[in-house]
Design a protein around this ligand. Structure first.
Ligand code: URA
Length: 219
Protein backbone atom coordinates (compact mmCIF):
# COMPACT_ATOMS: atom_id res chain seq x y z
CA UNK A 1 0.00 0.00 0.00
CA UNK A 2 1.29 3.45 -0.93
CA UNK A 3 2.33 5.37 2.18
CA UNK A 4 0.65 8.50 0.87
CA UNK A 5 -2.63 6.65 0.85
CA UNK A 6 -2.54 5.19 4.31
CA UNK A 7 -3.80 8.20 6.20
CA UNK A 8 -6.58 8.72 3.66
CA UNK A 9 -7.57 5.07 3.78
CA UNK A 10 -7.77 5.17 7.55
CA UNK A 11 -9.87 8.35 7.48
CA UNK A 12 -12.21 6.90 4.88
CA UNK A 13 -12.55 3.75 6.95
CA UNK A 14 -13.39 5.80 10.04
CA UNK A 15 -16.11 7.63 8.13
CA UNK A 16 -17.44 4.31 6.83
CA UNK A 17 -17.83 2.69 10.26
CA UNK A 18 -18.42 5.56 12.66
CA UNK A 19 -22.19 5.00 12.66
CA UNK A 20 -21.91 1.20 12.83
CA UNK A 21 -25.01 -0.65 14.00
CA UNK A 22 -23.70 -4.21 13.77
CA UNK A 23 -24.24 -5.02 17.44
CA UNK A 24 -26.27 -3.93 20.43
CA UNK A 25 -23.48 -1.71 21.77
CA UNK A 26 -24.42 0.87 19.15
CA UNK A 27 -27.59 1.48 21.15
CA UNK A 28 -25.74 2.52 24.30
CA UNK A 29 -22.50 4.08 23.07
CA UNK A 30 -21.89 7.81 22.91
CA UNK A 31 -19.12 7.59 20.31
CA UNK A 32 -17.51 4.79 18.40
CA UNK A 33 -13.83 4.67 19.37
CA UNK A 34 -11.98 4.03 16.15
CA UNK A 35 -8.44 4.28 17.51
CA UNK A 36 -5.80 6.96 17.19
CA UNK A 37 -2.17 7.55 16.39
CA UNK A 38 0.03 7.37 13.35
CA UNK A 39 -1.11 5.65 10.16
CA UNK A 40 2.57 4.86 9.60
CA UNK A 41 3.24 3.36 13.04
CA UNK A 42 5.60 0.39 13.24
CA UNK A 43 3.85 -0.68 16.41
CA UNK A 44 0.20 -0.99 17.26
CA UNK A 45 -1.29 -1.50 20.72
CA UNK A 46 -4.63 -3.29 20.98
CA UNK A 47 -6.69 -3.09 24.16
CA UNK A 48 -10.06 -4.53 25.07
CA UNK A 49 -12.87 -2.02 24.72
CA UNK A 50 -13.57 1.65 25.40
CA UNK A 51 -14.47 2.68 28.94
CA UNK A 52 -16.51 5.66 30.07
CA UNK A 53 -14.03 8.41 29.19
CA UNK A 54 -13.18 6.83 25.86
CA UNK A 55 -16.89 6.55 25.00
CA UNK A 56 -17.42 10.24 25.75
CA UNK A 57 -14.37 11.48 23.87
CA UNK A 58 -14.28 8.95 21.05
CA UNK A 59 -10.59 8.30 21.75
CA UNK A 60 -8.86 5.19 23.11
CA UNK A 61 -7.11 5.00 26.46
CA UNK A 62 -7.87 8.48 27.75
CA UNK A 63 -8.70 7.43 31.32
CA UNK A 64 -6.55 6.04 34.11
CA UNK A 65 -5.33 3.03 32.12
CA UNK A 66 -4.38 5.48 29.37
CA UNK A 67 -2.19 7.47 31.72
CA UNK A 68 -0.37 4.26 32.62
CA UNK A 69 0.07 3.48 28.93
CA UNK A 70 1.45 6.98 28.37
CA UNK A 71 3.99 6.58 31.15
CA UNK A 72 5.07 3.18 29.82
CA UNK A 73 5.56 4.69 26.36
CA UNK A 74 7.52 7.51 27.93
CA UNK A 75 9.71 5.00 29.76
CA UNK A 76 11.03 3.85 26.38
CA UNK A 77 11.25 7.33 24.92
CA UNK A 78 8.06 7.17 22.89
CA UNK A 79 4.70 8.87 22.78
CA UNK A 80 1.29 8.31 21.23
CA UNK A 81 2.15 10.11 18.01
CA UNK A 82 4.55 7.29 17.12
CA UNK A 83 2.16 4.37 17.65
CA UNK A 84 -1.39 3.41 16.78
CA UNK A 85 -3.79 2.49 19.61
CA UNK A 86 -7.02 0.55 19.06
CA UNK A 87 -9.27 -1.95 20.79
CA UNK A 88 -10.96 -5.27 20.07
CA UNK A 89 -14.34 -3.57 20.47
CA UNK A 90 -14.99 -0.12 19.05
CA UNK A 91 -17.89 0.62 21.40
CA UNK A 92 -18.20 0.63 25.18
CA UNK A 93 -19.91 -2.32 26.83
CA UNK A 94 -22.37 -0.86 29.38
CA UNK A 95 -20.86 -0.63 32.85
CA UNK A 96 -17.53 -1.79 31.38
CA UNK A 97 -18.67 -5.42 31.42
CA UNK A 98 -16.61 -7.99 29.53
CA UNK A 99 -17.05 -8.10 25.75
CA UNK A 100 -19.49 -10.77 24.52
CA UNK A 101 -18.35 -13.24 21.89
CA UNK A 102 -20.99 -12.00 19.42
CA UNK A 103 -19.73 -8.42 19.89
CA UNK A 104 -16.15 -9.52 19.23
CA UNK A 105 -17.26 -11.40 16.13
CA UNK A 106 -19.20 -8.40 14.87
CA UNK A 107 -16.29 -6.02 15.43
CA UNK A 108 -13.11 -7.99 14.75
CA UNK A 109 -12.98 -7.36 10.99
CA UNK A 110 -12.74 -3.63 11.70
CA UNK A 111 -9.56 -4.23 13.68
CA UNK A 112 -8.17 -6.59 11.05
CA UNK A 113 -8.86 -3.98 8.37
CA UNK A 114 -7.03 -1.31 10.38
CA UNK A 115 -4.07 -3.66 10.80
CA UNK A 116 -4.08 -4.23 7.05
CA UNK A 117 -3.95 -0.50 6.34
CA UNK A 118 -1.33 0.42 8.95
CA UNK A 119 0.71 -2.75 8.45
CA UNK A 120 2.62 -2.50 11.76
CA UNK A 121 5.68 -4.66 12.34
CA UNK A 122 4.69 -5.36 15.95
CA UNK A 123 1.29 -5.70 17.53
CA UNK A 124 1.35 -5.51 21.27
CA UNK A 125 -1.82 -7.06 22.65
CA UNK A 126 -2.93 -5.63 25.97
CA UNK A 127 -4.62 -8.25 28.11
CA UNK A 128 -6.68 -11.31 27.43
CA UNK A 129 -9.19 -10.30 24.76
CA UNK A 130 -6.85 -8.88 22.14
CA UNK A 131 -4.28 -11.60 22.83
CA UNK A 132 -6.79 -14.38 22.29
CA UNK A 133 -8.22 -12.75 19.19
CA UNK A 134 -4.90 -12.12 17.48
CA UNK A 135 -3.29 -15.42 18.47
CA UNK A 136 -6.52 -17.33 17.77
CA UNK A 137 -6.31 -19.09 21.09
CA UNK A 138 -8.31 -19.61 24.23
CA UNK A 139 -5.18 -19.79 26.38
CA UNK A 140 -5.06 -17.28 29.24
CA UNK A 141 -2.84 -14.19 29.21
CA UNK A 142 -0.67 -15.37 32.10
CA UNK A 143 0.83 -18.21 30.04
CA UNK A 144 1.35 -16.02 26.97
CA UNK A 145 2.55 -12.69 28.33
CA UNK A 146 6.08 -11.73 27.45
CA UNK A 147 6.37 -14.37 24.71
CA UNK A 148 7.03 -13.21 21.19
CA UNK A 149 5.04 -14.75 18.34
CA UNK A 150 5.53 -14.42 14.63
CA UNK A 151 2.28 -14.53 12.73
CA UNK A 152 2.21 -13.93 9.00
CA UNK A 153 5.43 -11.96 9.16
CA UNK A 154 4.29 -9.79 12.04
CA UNK A 155 5.49 -9.90 15.64
CA UNK A 156 2.73 -10.32 18.20
CA UNK A 157 3.74 -9.56 21.76
CA UNK A 158 1.10 -10.18 24.43
CA UNK A 159 1.45 -8.17 27.63
CA UNK A 160 -0.76 -7.41 30.61
CA UNK A 161 -3.46 -4.78 30.24
CA UNK A 162 -2.29 -1.47 31.82
CA UNK A 163 -5.51 -1.39 33.89
CA UNK A 164 -4.16 -4.40 35.80
CA UNK A 165 -1.78 -1.97 37.54
CA UNK A 166 -4.78 -0.17 39.03
CA UNK A 167 -5.68 -3.33 40.95
CA UNK A 168 -2.18 -4.74 41.50
CA UNK A 169 0.52 -2.01 41.48
CA UNK A 170 3.26 -4.66 41.46
CA UNK A 171 2.27 -5.43 37.85
CA UNK A 172 3.87 -2.13 36.82
CA UNK A 173 7.33 -3.68 37.06
CA UNK A 174 6.32 -6.51 34.73
CA UNK A 175 4.86 -4.04 32.26
CA UNK A 176 8.00 -1.91 32.36
CA UNK A 177 10.05 -5.00 31.63
CA UNK A 178 7.79 -5.88 28.71
CA UNK A 179 8.09 -2.35 27.34
CA UNK A 180 11.87 -2.68 27.44
CA UNK A 181 11.38 -5.81 25.36
CA UNK A 182 9.38 -3.78 22.83
CA UNK A 183 12.22 -1.26 22.64
CA UNK A 184 14.77 -4.04 22.20
CA UNK A 185 12.80 -5.51 19.30
CA UNK A 186 12.42 -2.09 17.67
CA UNK A 187 16.12 -1.29 18.19
CA UNK A 188 17.11 -4.58 16.62
CA UNK A 189 15.11 -3.63 13.55
CA UNK A 190 12.23 -5.89 14.55
CA UNK A 191 14.24 -9.04 15.03
CA UNK A 192 13.73 -11.08 18.14
CA UNK A 193 15.40 -14.27 19.26
CA UNK A 194 12.17 -16.13 19.86
CA UNK A 195 9.98 -14.43 17.26
CA UNK A 196 9.80 -17.58 15.16
CA UNK A 197 7.37 -19.04 17.68
CA UNK A 198 4.08 -19.98 16.16
CA UNK A 199 0.83 -19.06 17.82
CA UNK A 200 -0.49 -21.67 20.21
CA UNK A 201 -2.61 -24.15 18.29
CA UNK A 202 -5.79 -23.84 20.25
CA UNK A 203 -8.71 -22.71 18.15
CA UNK A 204 -10.89 -19.98 19.51
CA UNK A 205 -14.71 -20.18 19.29
CA UNK A 206 -14.83 -19.00 16.70
CA UNK A 207 -16.50 14.89 29.80
CA UNK A 208 -15.26 16.44 26.85
CA UNK A 209 -16.82 16.47 23.43
CA UNK A 210 -14.48 15.91 20.51
CA UNK A 211 -15.24 16.77 16.90
CA UNK A 212 -14.97 14.06 14.26
CA UNK A 213 -11.73 15.56 12.99
CA UNK A 214 -10.24 15.48 16.49
CA UNK A 215 -11.47 11.93 16.90
CA UNK A 216 -9.27 10.98 13.98
CA UNK A 217 -6.31 11.76 16.21
CA UNK A 218 -2.90 12.10 14.69
CA UNK A 219 -3.09 9.92 11.63
N1 URA B 1 -9.20 -0.02 28.29
C1 URA B 1 -9.15 -0.51 27.03
O1 URA B 1 -8.95 -1.71 26.82
N2 URA B 1 -9.29 0.33 26.05
C2 URA B 1 -9.47 1.63 26.21
O2 URA B 1 -9.58 2.33 25.23
C3 URA B 1 -9.50 2.10 27.53
C4 URA B 1 -9.38 1.27 28.55
Amino acid sequence: MEDKNRREKLKDFFLEIKDCRKCELSGTRTKLVFGSGSAFAGIMFVGEAPGKNEDLQGLPFVGRAGRILDSLLESIGMDRSQVFIANVLKCRPPGNRDPKIEEINACKDYLFHQIGIINPKIICTLGRYSTQLLLKTTEGISGLRGKVFNIEGRIILPINHPAAVLYAPSRMEILEKDFLRIKEIMDSNYKSADSDKEAPKIEANGDEEKTEEEQLGLF
